[in-house]
Design a protein around this ligand. Structure first.
Ligand SMILES: [Mn+2]
Length: 230
């Protein structure tokens, strides 16, 4: 029986992830233990290189399912030369990722791009194979939920406005698990409580622990039929 260990938004922090998985009973050597990441693997933290090695390790073993967060998109677009990265360096902690992943002799941003693509020739492929959504039983996993547009209706968007999603999206009989927005902020603004625990409201479950600040990662565990074990 497979077990899925779900986490999100580690943002360049490997140690808190490994500690949380340890505590949750994740066994590195058990092929039935599968990781399900809800995205935003990089930026802001200081272990981006270690995070990448960890993802590549489990990807090689086919033991990780990765959803693509908006920060994973930042890196993908930069590496494909579709973005100069400047805005995200200034505002979103992308500079840490570049400095860690590029060779030390890269002194300009374009040199960093070339260096990263050279050092990690499969990184673009890894980022491109990240998915938008994963489902297990009644649970739907995304990075940031759904956004609404008059033409398209509701669509999965990894930069969706969380308050809008929570207010207007009809979950019906499914459960929606997501990261992207700090659980502490949703607990405060939606429920009026001061807590950094997992956010649960109706059929919404938010698991972003604000790892950069708290050095903590929330883990959920599911069996292969979508029964929530933790
Ligand atoms: Mn995000």
């Amino acid at each position: 029986m497979k077990k899925y260990f779900v986490f999100s938004d580690i943002h360049g922090n490997l140690k808190p992830l490994v500690e949380a998985l340890d505590e949750a009973g994740f066994n590195m050597d058990d092929d039935n233990h599968i990781l399900l990441s809800l995205g935003d693997h990089f930026d802001r933290g200081t272990q981006n290189l270690q995070v990448l090695a960890y993802l590549m390790h489990f990807d090689k073993l086919n033991r990780i399912i990765m959803i693509r967060g908006n920060h994973d998109d930042f890196l993908l677009k930069f590496l494909k030369n579709e973005s100069d990265g400047i805005f995200n360096i200034q505002k979103n902690g992308f500079g840490n990722t570049l400095i860690e992943l590029a060779s030390k002799d890269s002194v300009t941003i374009p040199m960093m791009r070339d260096s990263i693509n050279k050092r990690f020739p499969n990184l673009i492929t890894l980022l491109e194979k990240m998915i938008d959504k994963f489902e297990l039983g009644d649970y739907v996993f995304t990075h940031a939920g759904y956004a609404y547009d008059k033409k398209r209706g509701w669509y999965i968007y990894n930069f969706a406005s969380t308050p809008y999603f929570l207010k207007h999206f009809d979950t019906k009989d499914k459960y929606y698990v997501f990261g992207h927005a700090h659980a502490s902020a949703m607990n405060y603004y939606e429920l009026g409580i001061e807590s950094n625990d997992i956010f649960e409201m109706g059929n919404f479950i938010g698991i972003d622990a604000n790892t950069v600040l708290n050095k903590k990662v929330h883990i959920l565990i599911f069996d292969e039929f979508g029964n929530k074990l933790i």
